[in-house]
Design a protein around this ligand. Sequence first.
Ligand code: CS2
Ligand code: MG
Length: 408
Amino acid sequence: MKIESVDVVVTSPGRNFVTLVVTTSDGVVGLGDATLNGRELAVASYLRDHVAPLLVGREAHNIEDTWQYLYRGAYWRRGPVTMAAIAAVDMALWDIKGKVAGLPVYQLLGGRSRRGALAYAHASGSTLEALFRSIRTNLDDGFRAIRVQTGVPGLGKVYGVGRDLAAGERYDYEPAGRVAVPVEESWDTGAYLRHIPTVFEAVRAEFGPALPLLHDAHHRLTPNQSAQLGRSLEPYDLFWLEDCTPGENQEGLRRVRSQTTTPLAIGEVFTGVFDYQTLITEQLIDYVRSSVTHAGGISAVRKLMDFAAMYQIKSGFHGPTDVSPVGMAAALHLDVAIHNFGIQEYMQHNSQTLEVFRTSYTFVDGLLDPGELPGLGVELDLEAAASFEYTPAYLPVNRLLDGTMHDW
Ligand code: CS2
Ligand code: MG
């Protein structure tokens, strides 16, 4: 079964998505997510101009060989553009293999290890009152684990904090603005470090000791500041503290790890196993945050998680709305198949996105499930996709109060 055609679909149902569509000589269609937030067209070009011509005529069943061919064969290894492109090819070929076999992809990965994947929701508020409302709405929606982000006194808009909602109100928080240049936000690490422990103290007092609570520091701290934050949050028993430092300084995590028992999650911007080598072998983190889309696809993330399993490190795959429903489905197949699953992030896509991508995964009683359709279980409506034209959109950037550019 040969690959007959390879198309790249860029669509923007409220936010931008890049999808690879691989069609075989037997007419089987596979989908892959190649969305790289704010740099979407670079991946689209990489796929259209440099990958599609190499794929046509190849054996569609040879997923591993194709992965190695694109990774080793490019000469230029790693990097988010390359790895998102390879990931999309990999996902599409797994989708095809599942459809040909008549099995959902998780069955091809070894079958089910659990009933479903525990999901966590995003709750936020500029004040404690607004935050509590947001947590309650998520609990009412069935979530059993909650990420908590809040405004910081003295700062304006803080990344990861959506607009304040009324009780029961739901909306799609979209951090990437449809703007020609990124919005600039300001940041004060001292104010943040003083404020966050008081927030978790209040949340624990209101919602009790058992609710799994997570927090994302968005790469903004030094190792020493991370150690301070981890320690000050220990009484509130977090499920994890995410991206305390920019993780590319892997050795920096030694300092954090030796100073706090707060569990650590890192890796949503990593592109593969080598970014984790020290973090995993020295057990400096507890959770791998990669998305299937940005870390080389199902094949690569499966290997990464097998490596992590040797060190008792679990998954906590990235699942924001800039991972498309195809990337989300790929994560869910891995979530139910691998032994060392931890938790899955779940930001629900808006209704326009779900018009373009017809999903079959489900969310019931706090658990996500990829469903039983052959392949990944997501269909792309090309007509709907064409009705949403690409619109440039960028994540905000972040400056210290004196104007210095800070870590994102
Ligand atoms: C966040 C994301 O989900 C998360 O943990 O860090 O919202 C992230 O900022 C975006 O996916 C960036 O593209
Ligand atoms: Mg994050």
